[in-house]
Write a protein that binds this ligand. Structure first.
Ligand code: ZN
Length: 140
């Protein structure tokens, strides 16, 4: 018997419609940070994001965004958070990593376009991010 050395390829699939909502929300919040909960599912290392939720009691300012995790309703479709960095890089800060929630953290930086968004794990390592814009495959 051979043991397959199966390496799990991690990646994040983000629906284009969700990305558009993130972009709109963060532009509206600018110059403050915006924060949203990511909804979706994870399977074999693939994280699929297909929805958003507004966190309860969220607080934001120019250099921070957060919410008390203890107020979060239990929902196993909540798989991470996205927040904006109105200035600077899209890399997670120490505070971001200390407040990591779920499986993935997306950070979008100004000017909030399709190339401004990045995915990170709880260790601050980048995860490949793919935008899913294949609506023409939907038949009927
Ligand atoms: Zn941050």
């Amino acid at each position: 018997m051979f043991f397959k050395n199966k390496k799990i390829e991690r990646k994040v699939l983000l629906e284009k419609t969700v990305l558009d909502s993130i972009v709109t929300f963060c532009k509206m919040k600018h110059p403050d940070e915006g924060i949203l909960i990511l909804k979706g599912k994870s399977k074999n290392g693939q994280i699929k994001i297909d929805g958003l939720a507004i966190p309860p009691f969220n607080f934001t300012g120019p250099t921070f965004a957060g919410f008390p995790h203890s107020f979060l309703p239990f929902d196993n479709s909540y798989i991470g958070i996205v927040h904006s960095h109105p200035s600077g890089s899209a890399e997670p800060s120490v505070t971001d990593l200390n407040n990591f929630f779920g499986l993935v953290s997306l950070i979008i930086k100004s000017p909030y376009d399709d190339d401004s968004i990045f995915a990170w794990d709880s260790g601050g390592n980048a995860i490949p991010l793919l935008i899913n814009d294949e609506h023409e495959t939907e038949k009927n």
